[in-house]
Design a protein around this ligand. Structure first.
Ligand code: ZN
Length: 435
């Protein structure tokens, strides 16, 4: 802005200074040359004398034109060839003088070099799929980002308003746990200006607790689940779970939440997994269409969401009646069980305990029902016993992740074994050939 005002001010001064009409008359008879030459950027004569025909002037990027104020003597014709608008880089202005009835001509060259843009702002900035501009504009130079444990470097894509501006990204690689600062610096092509954009990256340790246990060598996991509730016995069970410091999974029946919404809230707030066991415990037989099934399941999801604000990710079909190969339905994991002590049938604590202790095993899911006090009492007995045997209790959601972890691990080990076998075979064949 200042520069433009100066531009204008100088132009005004020059106009005033060339107001003398006598100038032409005085120099009229002199040789073919400019008497004076002023630019809006400054006066050139006498420096710009007849001996100096070439002159270079540098103008900043925001100056798009130069005003010329040349003075010539009487009877001298002047032709000015100048671009209307200066472009970034070199611009040639030519002033040619000639006399009538004479072949004599004189040419003055002014090379006006308009400096490259001073703009040092970003036009685009993104981290992976996160588009930061225009939100992360010049007015908002700081951005905060949280990443997980596995993120080691950020994929930053930055573009500047000026294509020739220099962009430097620092700190995007080798992220460490805790606070990291990533800076994107932009230097204008003229190198006169630069701007720094800061991204505060906090890397949090999001390794699941069970993964840390596996790394420590503690790899015995069990999930305990309670179906058909909530009921008037569920609070007693919640206290038992707290006392044992474990988390369980509750497959709740939607319509029961009309009566037991407070208990559902309690289950969730105490850190247990809340899962879906249909709206009304209907057996979803093959005759049911997918739409009918989903309508029933989703009604339960909505009831849960209304109470705890979270939508379950896991569904267990009532009675286990479902096509067993289906493990995924409308983004929900369909989960069954591995250990069924038939607590609903026996309603006897000792029998239920015995049945569980006969069938438990690593990475198994135990089925119980918090509808019956006998089942709740059985839980109070089996949980500490299983803990004594080195088992750690996880939710069903965690169990699915653990199973997936081991599935991938086994896959990897199988591949490795195959490769080793193949290598061994090849070695045997080559040694046989040598014989
Ligand atoms: Zn059930």
């Amino acid at each position: 802005m200042k520069r433009k005002i100066l531009c204008f001010f100088l132009a005004a001064m020059m106009l005033m200074s060339v107001g003398c009409e006598k100038v032409g008359e005085i120099f009229g008879g002199k040789p073919l040359q400019l008497i004076s030459l002023n630019l809006s950027r400054g006066e050139l004569t006498p420096e710009f004398s007849s001996d100096v025909f070439d002159y270079t002037v540098e103008v900043p990027n925001d100056c798009e034109s130069i005003d010329l104020f040349p003075q010539v003597g009487k009877d001298i014709n002047m032709n000015i060839d100048a671009p209307k608008k200066l472009s970034v880089g070199q611009n040639m202005i030519t002033i040619s003088l000639s006399k009538e009835n004479s072949d004599e001509t004189v040419t003055y060259h002014i090379n006006a070099r308009r400096l490259a843009s001073d703009n040092c702002e970003l036009s685009g900035l993104s981290i992976g799929d996160i588009e930061l501009t225009p939100e992360f504009s010049a007015d908002n130079l700081e951005y905060t980002l949280e990443v997980g444990n596995s993120v080691e470097s950020l994929d930053i894509d930055a573009t500047a308003v000026e294509p020739d501006a220099e962009i430097k990204i620092e700190g995007a690689d080798g992220l460490e746990l805790g606070e990291n600062t990533v800076t994107v610096s932009v230097t204008s092509p003229s190198k006169l200006y630069s701007k720094q954009y800061t991204i505060a990256v906090t890397k949090i340790d999001d390794t699941p607790w069970w993964m840390k246990e596996i790394e420590k060598g503690n790899d015995k996991f069990l999930a305990i689940t309670f179906d058909d509730g909530p009921s008037r016995h569920t609070r007693k069970l919640l206290d038992i779970l707290d006392k044992n410091e474990i988390k369980a999974t509750f497959f709740v029946v939607g319509e029961r939440l009309n009566t037991y919404s407070d208990i559902l809230k309690d289950e969730y707030e105490r850190g247990h997994e809340v899962a879906n066991h249909s709206w009304d415990h209907s057996y979803m037989r093959v005759a049911w269409s997918d739409d009918e099934k989903w309508e029933n399941i989703n009604k339960c999801n909505e009831a849960i969401r209304e109470i705890i604000g979270v939508t379950p990710t896991t569904f267990r079909p009532p009675g286990g009646i479902w096509i067993k190969s289906v493990r995924q339905f409308h983004d929900m994991n369909v989960v069954y069980w591995d250990v069924d002590p038939e607590d609903w049938k026996y309603r006897d604590t000792d029998t239920v305990v015995r049945n569980i202790m006969n069938k438990y095993g690593n990475r198994k899911i135990i089925l119980l029902h918090d509808l019956y006090e006998t089942s709740v009492d059985a839980a109070a007995i089996v949980i500490p016993r299983l803990k004594d045997k080195g088992y750690q209790f996880v939710t069903v959601d965690e169990m699915l992740q653990i199973r997936e972890y081991y599935r991938l691990l086994e896959e990897q080990q199988e591949q490795q074994a195959q490769q080793e076998q193949q290598a061994q075979q090849e070695q045997q064949e080559s040694s046989r050939n040598e014989e």
